[in-house]
Design a protein around this ligand. Structure first.
Ligand code: PHE
Length: 337
């Protein structure tokens, strides 16, 4: 049988494959069920004893060799027919595929950033786990300020160097900026913040803020008002705004800003509790103590800061009634944006 195998090997090697037709011929003649190699395998079943081992080995080698010839011929001739029959245009556009959309909070965040970009504000980020210095002390919070209480703040662990907490506002990023950069500073600070509050349709234990900070020589409350008026006109359209005196430890004077929605629709009536006015943000002139904490000379520099909740503005813009819907990842909700 070994002779037969060698004869067949010679036959296979002398077979000329020149095109797709002879390729198929080759396959049928040698490798198909009824081909020569299978014939030998059939005969091989009948022999016994010592010869069987050697013949089996040689037969397997022959089959592998033949398959290898077939594969390399396939590559050659199938490729050839491809390039001959199909012109490939490199400049054709790829098939577009759907990659989802931005979350409504990100849409609004982007819109706000774009508006302030136009008047020279850059964007800065900071960590969500903050030390007490950046979240409270540097911002002029008194040692016993109620916001430091466990009821408002999620403390992360007790550390010998002080407590760490999930930041309760992005004002901590103001401090990081002022510690690391010299005026003029003109930046927005968007990010997620956390407060230990009861979860309801109107408030959540985490939400998103965007704060602004502007530090330079001769920055006044008039600059703050004009900047915010510009923002409102861009985001909400021409609307009346008003400032009410308020208190934040890190600004002096401090104010809250309302925009006028009116009471024409039921939603506006409900949102504004019948007054027509809706609070949008907190703001004020950066307290000199805060500047000193960041080694900025309050005799030379002044500045303003403001902060608003992105979630509430998003709800207002899209008429979302329950804040929790924004974090449930329900596709029926998300696909609307
Ligand atoms: N950090 C304040 C808050 O969380 C908002 C604020 C920012 C107020 C900047 C004044 C200036 O409510």
């Amino acid at each position: 049988m070994l002779d037969q195998i060698n004869e067949l090997r010679n036959l296979i090697k002398s077979f000329q494959i020149e095109n797709e037709n002879s390729l198929e011929e080759f396959r049928i003649k040698f490798l198909s069920k009824k081909g020569h190699i299978n014939d030998l395998f059939e005969q091989f079943k009948l022999i016994s004893g010592e010869e069987k081992r050697e013949v089996g080995k040689q037969l397997n080698i022959l089959r592998q060799e033949t398959e290898a010839i077939l594969e390399s011929a396939k590559e050659k001739y199938e490729k050839k027919s491809n390039t001959q029959t199909q012109a490939f245009d490199n400049s054709l556009p790829v098939n577009a595929f759907k990659i989802g959309s931005l979350h409504p909070i990100n849409l609004v965040k982007k819109e706000i950033i774009d508006i302030f970009n136009k008047i020279g504000f850059s964007v800065a980020y900071g960590p969500e786990i903050e030390d007490e210095w950046h979240n409270f002390s540097s911002l002029n919070f008194a040692e016993n300020h109620p916001a430091r209480d466990m009821q408002d703040t999620f403390f992360v662990n007790q550390d010998p160097q002080g407590n760490f907490a999930l930041r309760t506002h992005t004002s901590s990023v103001q401090i990081r900026l002022m510690e690391n950069e010299r005026p003029p500073i003109r930046s927005l600070m968007p990010g997620r913040v956390y407060r230990n509050e009861a979860v309801s349709a109107r408030s959540n234990c985490f939400f998103h803020q965007i704060e602004g900070l502007y530090i330079d020589e001769n920055v006044s409350f008039a600059d703050l008002k004009q900047t915010l008026y510009y923002f409102v006109s861009q985001f909400f359209g021409e609307r009346e705004i008003r400032f009410r005196p308020s208190y934040f430890p890190f600004t002096e004077p401090s104010a809250e800003m309302d925009i006028f929605l009116g009471t024409a629709t039921e939603q506006d009536y409900r949102l504004t509790k019948g007054t027509g006015w809706l609070e949008i943000l907190g703001c004020g002139m950066v307290d000199p103590n805060v500047l000193i904490n960041c080694k900025i000379d309050p005799e030379k520099y002044s500045g303003f800061a403001f902060g608003m909740g992105i979630d509430r503005i998003t709800m207002l813009k899209y008429g979302i009634k329950d804040i929790r819907q924004m974090f449930e990842n329900d596709l029926r909700f998300l696909q609307q944006f």
